[in-house]
Design a protein around this ligand. Structure first.
Ligand code: CP
Ligand code: NVA
Length: 308
């Protein structure tokens, strides 16, 4: 069963094939209206369940549009409105959904929920973000980097801020795609050791540099994310702002990276907190290409899952 659960649990050749396929599918539909079908209809006759236990704009719309472009149908389900949100087990939900649909995408809180869904589903399951990882996002990010600057292997990628779920998938990708990742942020928000261990085990240890000015020197890509994630308590906001203010990506910081460095943010952003609008809308930024590439990358992920 080809579940797409994480970057580190998918093989490097498969990840590469998915990105290449995403690129080809994007090229093949250049200039078409968004609602027009692809020439290829690999999901014809297929039903896809999209389950959200957290809010979403990009993941929700890009999966939905992607399935339709490939000839399939979708059903968007809110966790709260399902029996899942009222005590039915994840295992039973997985068994039942597998009798109706051909593919399940789930955005949830605990990673254990995703893993249990995958264990009991008899159709492929895709990780649409958990508290710990966000693999679909990083597939789009790698695709975006390579579209602008060529192979990411050997490049210097600097993450500024919270060592969160999106960082985790970058750390996994550093190992799988072979780039050098640096983390700059406060010790209190350091990433989990296991994520760093994975990158190191593949010969790409993550550098930790507390000083953001030093960290971004020579960077090919600077990345940040919200200071308060969906799974973080709202009460953490003020403390996090105090901890992270020094790691804001602004024009002065970007000026220390390579002149042709790119800037990424998975969005949604809190403008002028983690990154200034001058950077987000400036010449280094590819944030809306990233958002667009969620569509293309996930279409390729779904094809891979279904072997089509
Ligand atoms: N980047 C991302 O996953 O965005 P959404 O929360 O809008 O899906
Ligand atoms: N780290 C963010 C990413 C949102 C796409 C969150 O989990 O809320």
């Amino acid at each position: 069963m080809n579940h797409f659960l994480d970057i580190h649990t998918t093989t490097a050749p498969d990840l590469r094939a998915i990105i290449d396929n995403a690129r080809a599918m994007k090229d093949a539909r250049k200039g078409r209206p968004r609602g027009m079908a692809d020439d290829d209809q690999p999901l014809s006759g297929h039903m896809v369940a999209l389950i959200f236990e957290k809010p979403s704009t990009r993941t929700r719309v890009s999966f939905d549009v992607g399935v339709r472009q490939m000839g399939g149908q979708t059903m968007v389900l809110s966790g709260k409105e399902m029996q899942l949100g009222h005590g039915e087990t994840i295992a039973d939900t997985a068994r039942v959904l597998s009798r109706y649909v051909d593919l399940i995408m789930i955005r949830t809180f605990e990673e254990a929920t995703l893993l249990e869904m995958a264990e009991h589903a008899t159709v492929p399951v895709i990780n649409g973000l958990t508290n710990r990882t966000h693999p679909c996002q990083i597939m789009a990010d790698i695709m975006t980097y390579e579209e602008h600057r060529g192979p990411i292997a050997g490049k210097k990628v600097v993450w500024c801020g919270d060592g969160n779920n999106v960082f985790a998938s970058f750390a996994h990708a550093a190992g799988q795609f072979g780039f050098d990742l640096s983390f700059t942020g406060p010790e209190t928000l350091d990433p989990e050791r296991t994520w760093l261990d994975f990158a190191a085990s593949k010969g790409h240890p993550v550098t930790i540099e507390r000083n953001p000015d030093r960290a971004v020197e020579g960077a090919d890509l600077v990345v940040t994310d919200t200071w308060v994630s969906m799974h973080d308590p709202e009460s953490a906001k003020e403390r996090r702002h105090n901890q992270l203010r020094a790691y804001q990506v602004n024009e002065a910081l970007m000026a220390r990276a390579k002149p042709d460095a790119l800037f990424m943010h998975c969005l949604p952003a809190h403008r002028n907190d983690e990154a200034t609008s001058a950077v987000m809308d400036g010449p280094h930024s590819v944030i809306f290409d990233e958002a667009e590439n969620r569509l293309h990358a996930q279409k390729a992920v779904m094809r891979w899952c279904l072997g089509r």
